[in-house]
Write a protein that binds this ligand. Structure first.
Ligand SMILES: Nc1ncnc2c1ncn2[C@@H]1O[C@H](COP(=O)(O)OP(=O)(O)OP(=O)(O)O)[C@@H](O)[C@H]1O
Ligand SMILES: O=P(O)(O)OC[C@H]1O[C@H](OP(=O)(O)OP(=O)(O)O)[C@H](O)[C@@H]1O
Length: 322
């Protein structure tokens, strides 16, 4: 079968595998972006909108969006920062301006939370990142790691502009070695004194006998767009649908009955997004309340509502909201 024609379609890059893949697919489903991906094809036409999805590694998405080859993308904020660090130092080394315009952030998607951290062996002499200056560091994030050590080295040399130093603007004493995965094994194997790698639960780091000694970037998944998307209205439509799904995931709908005499106390606990909806009940002195509550707070809210005499408390999922 020939590859599908992309004529007139907005190109939207999504992670083809890895930690961000499933949550991204769930988000597309929630936003009613319908597609069928043929086996092994990295491009899928969306059935109900003039969009084509392009399945790419998360690390490559900022390059495609930054160069304007695709209009929209979902990836980790760490990858966006890494791409920008790479573009910055390449252009400084060449002595010309950046060749890619970079990407614009549309919104934080809330999932895929992790930290890019400097890690060193628990049983070792390195307790601060500056102790690793001049040593060997293994990482998949060479741009961010090099900028981080450029700033540390500049500060150690007494440079007053240390906080702005980048790897392209000075010669590094620290050796940054690129690895494509399993970076945590580098110290135990004697390849590096420290590493710069992602941490979420901390299990990988602990299992490898490492401890975090500094944070380079805090990351979550983000929606990014190119500086000049082919169809800005379609970008807006997608962004608004995705925002609706994200908001819906952050909130639940809480409904309960309460005596009118205690309504003020109860609505203080559930003030809602704008205001709670209060309706009459077919029973004297009682009202029904319905209100959006942050999902992570719902257990405490239910405890507090019970304490002020609320009854028949129901908590319902919200599928979408605008
Ligand atoms: N442990 C983690 N917890 C949460 N998010 C993570 C974690 N590891 C990575 N991420 C996020 O997911 C993004 C993609 O990482 P992931 O390792 O899944 O990529 P991948 O495309 O499968 O690449 P690779 O084959 O190099 O592992 C990262 O840039 C980061 O934003
Ligand atoms: O703090 P934790 O919850 O243990 O997660 C951290 C691990 O997750 C990522 O690796 P991934 O599993 O994606 O594999 P990789 O090493 O091949 O990149 C990251 O590189 C760490 O190794």
């Amino acid at each position: 079968m020939p590859p599908p024609s992309l004529e007139g379609r907005l190109l939207f890059a999504v992670p083809k595998k890895g930690r961000l893949n499933q949550a991204t697919l769930n988000l597309l489903e929630g936003a009613d972006i319908q597609f069928r991906r043929e086996n092994r094809l990295d491009i899928a036409l969306v059935k109900n909108l003039p969009i084509a999805l392009v399945f790419l590694p998360a690390a490559d998405i900022p390059t495609f969006v930054g160069q304007g080859r695709v209009d929209l993308g979902i990836t980790g904020w760490d990858q966006v920062q890494e791409h920008e660090a790479g573009v910055r130092s390449a252009s400084l080394l060449r002595g010309s301006g950046p060749t890619t315009g970079g990407c614009d952030m549309v919104m934080d998607l809330g999932f895929g939370g992790c930290k890019l951290q400097v890690q060193a062996p628990v049983k070792g002499q390195y307790t601060e990142t500056k102790d690793l200056i001049g040593k060997t560091i293994c990482t998949s994030f060479v741009g961010l790691a090099a900028d981080h050590f450029a700033r540390l080295e500049a500060a150690a040399d007494g440079d007053p502009n240390a906080s702005e130093a980048t790897a392209g603007s000075r010669k590094l004493r620290t050796q940054i070695v690129e690895l494509s995965g399993s970076v945590e094994a580098a110290c135990a194997l004697g390849v590096a004194e420290g590493i710069v790698d992602l941490v979420e639960s901390g299990e990988t780091m602990r299992a490898a006998g490492l401890k975090a000694i500094d944070t380079v970037v805090e990351s979550t998944a983000v929606l990014i767009k190119s500086k000049s998307p082919s169809n800005p209205d379609m970008v807006e439509l997608i962004a608004s649908r995705i925002r609706g799904v994200i908001t819906a995931q952050r909130f639940v709908l809480c409904q309960y009955n309460v005596e009118r005499a205690r309504l003020a106390e109860a609505t203080k606990i559930t003030p809602g997004k704008r205001a709670p909806t209060v309706t009459m009940l077919d029973e004297d002195g009682w009202v029904a309340v319905s209100s959006m509550v942050e999902t992570k707070k719902i257990a405490l809210v239910m405890d507090d509502l019970t304490r002020v005499g609320a009854q028949d408390i129901l908590v319902l999922d919200i599928h979408n909201t605008r």
